[in-house]
Design a protein. Structure first.
Length: 376
């Protein structure tokens, strides 16, 4: 079996690492004229585990300017606590990294064949082809995902963000701001702080003024984006992944874990001789769960009573599966909610201990953080 992957951004690199780690013949088709995004990235713990398994990444020989991510600190979200921390298990740390350096690291790993070119997926000689060529040229074959933000202002921080061993998500009057611990000599340092907002509610000039008032940064770039998902993730032997499949704002750093979910689902189908079109609905459902979990974070508002936050609170409309999982998570004792040692994803699903990419303890932490006052 031969797996070809077109595109060497985050999705292409992690898909190639995953399939090579599973002993498959992999070809990564890399177009050197297409540059990676400049914004620093963050992962969930399974991505770090894959880097160790596939390429023996370690923190001493750290060529990708990775910084430790022990969780996510929410500041000024909700009305009960000034800060709410979403931790990762202490033995399952994650990371922030520079996409430029990650691409170079993966392409030079020697784990698979790398070919330079710009090709159409239908012309590739392989059993299965992952199309990771980035954002589509038009959105006629895509549905909109619900999200209150559609724009971001990137800034270069004038302070050492690496003093924090976690991502920071800071509520603002116009939305929220991510702060990534990025080393000063990393190419991603110029976009380590990002002010996410809704351009239909807040004018760009107002958002930039508020950004500069709240944070000690130099503005480096303005970005507008859509939140979307492909209507048909799989067409025969061609599978969409990365921004060719979907995009959602960066809250909770869901993208790379979602790319890996699709990769695992496809391999499961291939191994068990399940036609790939049967799992398209599973992929779409998974991304709806990602959407709903993110929207849940806006439901409780923030310390700001503004038009943005009123709009953001109105978008959350969970289904019965979400409500059931939330009720189960709340009622669990902490030992059971965090007891995920040595359990694979399938077992977590069967035991009702995971929703999308989040285990029960993530739900429990956010519920308590939004509803129960805790002393610092």
């Amino acid at each position: 079996m031969k797996i070809s992957i077109i595109g060497s951004g985050n999705a292409g690199c992690f898909t190639a690492l995953y399939y090579s780690s599973q002993g498959k013949e992999v070809e990564l088709i890399h177009n050197p004229d297409v540059l990676p995004v400049t914004v620093g990235q963050a992962t969930m713990p399974s991505s770090t585990a894959l880097l160790w398994e596939a390429n023996r990444f370690n923190w001493y020989n750290n060529s990708i300017h990775a910084t430790l991510k022990t969780g996510i600190l929410y500041e000024d979200w909700g009305k009960v606590n000034d800060k709410v921390f979403h931790p990762f298990p202490a033995d399952r740390m994650s990371m922030h990294f520079c996409p430029w350096e990650m691409q170079k690291y993966v392409l030079s790993s020697g784990n698979f064949k790398v070919t330079e070119g710009d090709v159409d997926p239908k012309d590739v000689d392989a059993d299965y082809v992952f199309d990771c060529r980035g954002k589509p040229d038009n959105f006629s074959d895509y549905d909109e995902l619900k999200n209150p933000t559609n724009a971001c202002i990137l800034g270069k921080p004038n302070w050492d963000t690496t003093e924090a061993l976690w991502s920071r998500h800071v509520a603002t009057p116009d939305g929220w701001t991510f702060i990534v611990p990025a080393k000063e000599d990393s190419p991603s340092h110029s976009g380590a702080v990002g002010y996410c907002y809704n351009s239909n509610i807040t004018k760009k000039e107002v958002a930039e003024s508020n950004f500069l008032d709240m944070f000690d940064v130099e503005v480096t770039e303005h970005i507008e984006y859509k939140n979307y998902v492909a209507k048909n993730p799989i067409d025969g032997r061609v599978i969409l992944n990365g921004n060719r499949l979907f995009f959602l704002e960066p809250l909770e750093s869901t993208s790379i874990e979602s790319y890996l979910y699709l990769s695992r689902a496809v391999l499961y189908a291939i191994t068990n001789k399940i036609p790939l079109y049967h799992i398209s609905s599973n992929i779409s459902k998974y991304l709806e769960k990602v959407q709903d979990y993110i929207l849940w974070h806006y439901k409780f508002g923030s310390k700001y009573d503004t038009p943005f936050w009123e709009y953001a609170k109105s978008l959350f409309s969970p289904d019965s599966e979400f409500n059931s999982f939330l009720e189960t998570s709340i009622s669990m004792d902490w030992h059971k909610a965090t007891n995920i040692d040595n359990i694979d994803y399938k077992s977590l699903v069967e035991r009702n201990l995971v929703y999308g990419q989040w285990p029960a303890y993530s739900f429990k932490y956010w519920h308590e953080g939004m509803n129960i006052h805790k002393r610092e």
